[in-house]
Write a protein that binds this ligand. Structure first.
Ligand SMILES: [Zn+2]
Length: 291
């Protein structure tokens, strides 16, 4: 009764004490936890437990149901087809800007149709109708974002580890500049901007992103440079997995790595789980099947 009076009389002070108590002696967020009532039996100085979002779990066992719940909405819904925003075709854009002639555009379209492969920009380059710089500029106009000078700016080397290398290879994207206060990240795209990918990166890294376009050859050179300099720290699962199987695998990694916190995001058809460990972040990637 006395405590109720005190907390209602001094709500701010009570909230402060509650925050301090949670920080040093967190309570497991799993309602079925055996040790939930024994707050003092699970002190943080033992380095035990793991955070998922803002909740703390005393063990991988307690984490499992919450992780499965967090994974489920990130899995692709077979009923919902992927949406694509319509843009002015790159051929028309180059034609309107006077970079190519209608005859060259027709020839490139015929070649693309006959061979049944390749992007129109690649066929225009093979015909000598446009240069790589022409295509990059047109892509930037198409997506309404700047061209990043990747061929002479090696800022991408400072961004190593922000996004797993496998995601750069799979989706043609590369973090190229991280602001000093870490609140802004420039993400370069090779083939066009994907805002869903940017959103996933923002969710994972907790910063704003700015999209830009880079030359295809500069992108390939930067990626090869990173591949030769760094050892990938991601583990990749390619087989089909449901939410339970994914959560189960992630809990196993949580224990093995001694992770202190977990983050999740969906990038394209990949579920990305990041483990924040004392030795640095480690990543688990689940390439999900197309619906
Ligand atoms: Zn627990």
């Amino acid at each position: 009764m006395a405590t109720t009076h005190l907390t209602s009389a001094f709500p701010r002070a009570a909230a402060g004490w509650r925050r301090r108590l949670d920080r040093y002696f967190p309570q497991c967020a799993e309602t079925q936890c055996q040790g939930r009532s024994k707050r003092l039996a699970l002190p943080r100085w033992r380095n035990s437990g793991v955070y998922l979002h803002r909740n703390w779990y005393c063990s991988a066992q307690c984490l499992l149901p919450a992780l499965e719940e967090a994974v489920l909405p990130l899995l692709p819904d077979p009923e919902t087809p992927p949406t694509r925003r319509r843009r002015l075709p790159i051929g028309l854009l180059l034609l309107n800007r006077g970079v190519i002639h209608a005859q060259q555009l027709r020839a490139a379209l015929v070649l693309q149709r006959e061979r049944g492969e390749g992007r129109l920009g690649d066929w225009l380059r093979r015909l000598g109708a446009a240069t790589e710089a022409d295509i990059t500029r047109a892509l930037a106009i198409q997506w309404g974002c700047p061209v990043f000078p990747l061929e002479r700016d090696q800022g991408y080397r400072q961004c190593v580890g922000l996004v797993p290398l496998n995601l750069s290879q799979t989706y043609g994207l590369l973090p190229v500049y991280h602001s000093r206060d870490r609140s802004l990240l420039y993400v370069a795209f090779r083939d066009g901007v994907d805002h869903a990918l940017l959103y996933g990166i923002e969710q994972m890294l907790g910063c704003r992103t700015v999209a830009c376009i880079v030359n295809e050859s500069a992108f390939a050179a930067a990626l090869a440079d990173l591949e030769s300099r760094t050892t990938p720290r991601e583990t990749i699962f390619d087989s089909v997995r449901g939410s339970f199987e994914i959560a189960h695998a992630a809990c196993g990694f949580t224990e093995r790595l001694g992770a202190q916190a977990l983050r999740l995001a969906r990038l394209g058809r990949t579920l990305w789980i990041r483990f924040l460990c004392r030795s640095g972040p480690r990543d688990l990637l689940f390439h999900l099947p197309a619906s």
